[in-house]
Design a protein around this ligand. Structure first.
Ligand SMILES: [Zn+2]
Length: 166
């Protein structure tokens, strides 16, 4: 049974290692991550959020309900256009145990390449919610949290709500 790692846990700050073999272990963990994600009404979950410092993630396109299992995902290009959207994270919870939300500015669309669960190399251009989710989740693989994009008073306001472990 995997456990959700929360803000303050140093595993969330590690740079994850590429996956060299798609083992049944990796596949099973991704399946369990999909269950955790949907069980908590999330749209994305990255390996370090369950304590695994490997480059894989799961995400769901909320418009189509398509679930992606991405191994070694990489954002290969970003649009110059940016947009502001509200983000939350299953690892960044308030005292009520629910995600804390904040507006974050990021590129509006991105091109992503990844290996799927069958070992096939895929590439896609994403915009809207999927682009937002894939950027948030690939950030996790580099130890970056969405709260890192907030600054000054806004960051302080959000961080006051976050129930940190220390
Ligand atoms: Zn997150």
């Amino acid at each position: 049974m995997l456990q959700m790692k929360l803000c303050g846990d140093l595993v969330l700050r590690e740079k994850c290692e590429p996956v060299s073999d798609i083992t049944s272990d990796v596949l099973n963990i991704m399946d369990e991550m999909v269950q955790m994600m949907s069980g908590q009404n999330g749209v994305g979950l990255a390996a370090p959020q369950v304590g695994i410092t490997k480059r894989f993630l799961v995400m769901m396109d909320p418009d189509t309900n398509v679930v992606y299992r991405m191994i070694n995902p990489k954002i290969i290009s970003k649009s110059e256009n940016t947009c502001v959207m509200e983000e939350g994270c299953l690892s960044v919870l308030g005292a009520d145990g629910l995600p804390v939300y904040a507006n974050v500015k990021r590129p509006e669309s991105v091109e992503v390449e990844w290996t799927d669960e069958t070992g096939k190399k895929l590439q896609a251009k994403m915009s809207g919610m999927p682009a937002r989710i894939v950027q948030h989740e690939t950030d996790h693989l580099d130890g970056i949290l969405f709260i890192d994009y907030l600054s000054g008073a806004k960051r302080e306001m959000v961080m006051r709500k976050v129930n940190r472990k220390h």
